[in-house]
Design a protein around this ligand. Structure first.
Ligand code: GLV
Ligand code: MN
Ligand code: MN
Length: 425
């Protein structure tokens, strides 16, 4: 096995053991497991000759400085690579860490050959992309992009801990998040390697593919309130059962999404109160996640689903309160970077395809300030957000080789643009 790919897979396995929950992989924003993961990733970054820092929100960032003949390092442009280190509940090991570890492998290759590029490389291990703890995704990348909404600091997790408290106890600085914002003038762009999380590359018998666009997403918290009562004495005709209202809404959302091409709507979590077998449910809180490649379709769907929830609640003499927890618009990947990737992928595997991403990625948040591109890696069985998620060493090797060539090509292009900024070896 190619050594660099073997190291990436070993490191993915090591990170896969760092969890907040016993017996399954769950690593959420600012948790004890995230502390261990950041420390481990920082040690690998240091081995690759990177200067490492942790920013105010808990992103771990390694810098491989530029080789700028006779010029100050702080004049150098910066190419950002990376992905996230948080996971969903009972996650697979590859979603997120693959992108961070492939990036470190590429820097390691540069370091070993004594190569410096005419730009610095920052590798980010983002603190939150999944949004499990606070139902707000891309916290890490939004802080870096300067689009973090400080109102989110007041959100509480399932244990009543505010986001500000969580960041502080992690060692971050919730009052200084604006200082985390990166200098966009110096950024050349952001490139992320990620497991595909779908079946397209596998179906096409390809190791890697280039992402064309990232679908937009909206996430809501819906709270249905009915009237709790005795399961043995309240006649069926006199009930206002919050769970029945919620259940009807779940099926209505499924039905609606099935009728609109490309639309997906998911209720992934539900909390039923008071939660006893002999009590009519009085309150249900559920999450709703809606996605489509076209923002107008998603926005129309969100309005329609909110209306459906109100109609269902009214008919069942219940109330519903709906709060938007997260929204991200769809994002087109940068043409120049994507074409470069496409050309290199063709050189390596003879054929290259562009494919859209239905999943959200840190690249969507970084696109607010810089050109972004993504390389997808084949995903076994298309299975993701599941412990069986897997990518082969052969495909990881392909991703590393494509990214190594991408860095070389971008380095040459930058050196041509600025003749004084020589590639040094
Ligand atoms: C992240 O994986 C998302 O698409 O929700
Ligand atoms: Mn994910
Ligand atoms: Mn991911």
């Amino acid at each position: 096995m190619h050594r660099a790919a073997k190291v990436v897979i070993e490191r993915i396995r090591a990170l896969g053991k760092i969890s907040d929950e016993q017996g399954k992989l769950t690593r959420t924003f600012c948790s004890p497991a995230m502390r261990k993961a950041n420390n481990l990733v920082a040690s690998w970054m240091k081995e690759a000759a990177m200067e490492v820092r942790e920013d105010a929100i808990g992103n771990v960032i390694g810098r491989y400085v530029a080789g700028l003949a006779g010029r100050a390092e702080d004049e150098a442009k910066v190419l950002l690579l990376g992905s996230h280190l948080d996971t969903v509940r009972d996650a697979g090991k590859f979603d997120g860490p693959l992108g961070v570890l492939v990036a470190i492998a590429c820097v390691e290759a540069l370091h070993k050959s004594g190569t410096r590029l005419p730009f610095a490389i920052d590798v980010a291990g983002f603190a939150d992309e999944e949004g499990v703890r606070y139902q707000s995704a891309y916290l890490g990348s939004r802080a870096l992009a300067g689009t973090f909404d400080s109102k989110d600091l007041k959100r509480v997790d399932a244990n009543g801990i505010t986001m500000a408290e969580a960041i502080r106890s992690f060692g971050g600085k919730p009052d200084a998040l604006s200082a985390t914002k990166t200098d966009r003038k110096r950024l050349l762009g952001y490139v992320e390697v990620h497991i595909e999380q779908g079946p397209v590359l596998e179906k096409n018998n390809l190791s890697v593919g280039v992402v064309s666009a990232i679908a937009g997403q909206s996430r809501y918290e819906c709270n249905f309130t009915g009237r709790a009562g005795h399961a043995g004495t309240v006649p069926m005709s006199m009930r206002s059962d919050a769970l029945c209202a919620a259940a009807e809404f779940v099926l209505a959302a499924e039905h609606y999404a099935k009728r609109s091409s490309g639309l997906v709507a998911t209720v992934g979590r539900m909390e039923v109160l008071p939660g006893a077998s002999n009590v009519v449910p009085g309150e249900v809180t559920l999450t709703l996640d809606v996605r489509h490649a076209e923002d107008s379709v998603r926005e129309r769907a969100c309005l329609r689903l909110q209306k459906l929830a109100s109609e269902i609640a009214k008919r069942r003499k219940a109330q519903v309160r709906i709060e938007k927890r997260h929204e991200a618009k769809s994002v087109m990947c940068d043409r120049r970077f994507s074409r470069m990737l496409d050309k290199i992928v063709k050189q390596h595997q003879g054929k290259s395809i562009f494919l859209p991403s239905g999943a959200g990625h840190d690249a969507a948040a970084m696109a607010a300030i810089t050109p972004v591109a993504m390389l997808f890696v084949r995903c076994k069985g298309g299975i993701s957000h599941h412990p069986d998620e897997s990518a082969s060493a052969k495909d990881v090797r392909m991703a590393i080789e494509v990214m190594n060539d991408f860095l070389t090509e971008l380095g040459n292009a930058q050196a041509q643009q600025r003749p004084n900024a020589n590639r040094s070896k």
